[in-house]
Design a protein around this ligand. Structure first.
Ligand code: GCO
Ligand code: MG
Length: 402
């Protein structure tokens, strides 16, 4: 089998997605998600200029070799743009192999370790009481794990909380939106939210929270410690991830489980975290973390240190990434949880999916390959629209982490 053609499909059914389609001489094709929120065209150029010409003529079954060809062979290593491009190629190759052998991808990477995939939903409100109500609505939909985010008194906007009941979508058209942030207000508010949630809903529901990279190590240690009695499933991105050593301080002060990695792209972003057991869950998703090929190695290393997966699954990752994640989640032994934010209905006019939500879990069927498809004609009706992620400033105007 040989690769004869490779296409890029950039579309915007409510938000931007970049999809790679690898076509073979036997008519079998594979899809890979190449979306990097707010930087879609950088990945498209990387693929167009530096990968697609080299893919033509290759045997798509040689996945390990092709991964190393692009990672090692390119000399310049790592980085979100390059690694998203490699991830897309890798996903598409697994899709082709599954289709050609007539089996679902989870059977190529170890088979089913479980029957269904535990997911966490998002609940958000403008204040504590609204967030409590929204968590209740998710419990009514059968979710067993819920991430709670709340507006902060004195701040107009907060990460994870939408306005006017619209679905939360951080990337906006036009130049980046600027919000005002204050960590002291945040640190005073969040423990109150989770104490209230435990009072209302008891101990059985799993609760999660995303600090979105905004605390210093000592602030994160305070938050993790104050949340300890609320028994969170995890506290996510407490401190920005470049500073792996910062987590030693949090760890030495608290037993609140920690998750990180949605902006990481190789195992080298995680080595201190893993080998010093500074975290409990890895969030690096298939689409940005070097595809299934690289993440299988990451999961294997993590398993030695009692660390589990908890992949990023926001709506800016396409249904192709979600399907790839679900195959992975079914197969690896040290799966922990999967983030699940349903896409807008318009997204499903472009992407045909083979997974469904039921009773707190996602279920994927036995369609060969990844099991998702794209309707290129419908995609054309929704052309790319430039959009950026927002940014933060402190109350005095200083640029701050978003
Ligand atoms: C999450 C994430 C997202 C990101 C978004 C950026 O935990 O789901 O933090 O909300 O901010 O994916 O593109
Ligand atoms: Mg996050």
């Amino acid at each position: 089998m040989k690769i004869t053609e490779v296409k890029l499909i950039l579309c915007s059914p409510s938000r931007n997605f970049l999809t790679l389609k690898i076509i073979t001489d036997q008519g079998v094709y594979g899809l890979g998600d190449a979306t990097l929120n707010g930087r879609e065209k950088a990945v498209a150029t990387y693929l167009e200029e530096y990968c697609i010409p080299c893919l033509i003529g290759k045997d798509p079954f040689q996945i390990e070799d092709i991964w190393h060809y692009f990672y090692v062979g390119a000399y310049w290593r790592r980085g979100p743009v390059k690694m998203t491009a490699i991830s897309a190629i890798d996903m598409a190759l697994w899709d082709i192999k599954g289709k050609a052998l007539n089996i679902p991808v989870y059977n190529l990477i170890g088979g089913k370790s479980r029957q269904k995939i535990l997911v966490y939903a998002h609940a958000e409100g403008k204040d504590i009481e609204e967030t409590v109500d929204r968590v209740g609505a998710k419990i009514d939909q059968g979710f067993l794990a819920i991430r709670a985010q709340s507006g902060i008194p004195g701040l107009e906007d907060t990460y994870g909380v939408s306005r006017n009941n619209a679905p939360y979508e951080p990337a906006v058209r036009g130049n980046p939106k600027e919000s005002i942030w204050d960590t002291d207000k945040y640190l005073n508010h969040i423990p109150r939210l989770f104490k209230r949630l435990r009072e209302v809903y008891g101990d059985d529901i799993h609760l999660l929270h995303d600090a979105h990279h905004r605390c210093t190590p000592v602030e994160a240690a305070r938050l993790a410690r104050e949340l300890e009695s609320c028994h969170l499933f995890w506290l996510e991105d407490a401190v920005r991830g470049e500073l792996q050593e910062g987590y030693r301080l949090i760890r030495s002060h608290s037993t609140t489980p920690l998750a990180i990695g949605e902006v990481f792209n190789t195992i080298y972003d995680l080595t201190t975290f893993i080998t010093e057991q500074l975290i409990d869950y890895i969030r690096m998703p298939i689409v940005h973390g070097g595809g299934l090929t690289h993440l299988l190695k990451v999961a294997a290393m993590a398993s030695v240190y009692h660390i589990r997966t908890g992949f990023h699954g926001a709506t800016d990752l396409s249904p192709v990434n979600l399907a790839a994640s679900l195959h992975f989640d079914l197969a690896v032994n040290n799966f922990g949880i999967q983030e699940y934010m349903p896409h807008q209905p318009l997204v499903h006019e472009v992407f045909k999916i083979n997974y469904e939500y039921r009773d707190g879990h996602l279920h994927i069927d036995d369609t060969p390959g990844l099991g998702v498809d794209i309707d290129e004609e419908v995609a054309k009706k929704h052309p790319y629209q430039r959009a950026y992620l927002p940014m933060n400033r402190k109350m005095d105007g200083t640029v701050f982490h978003w």
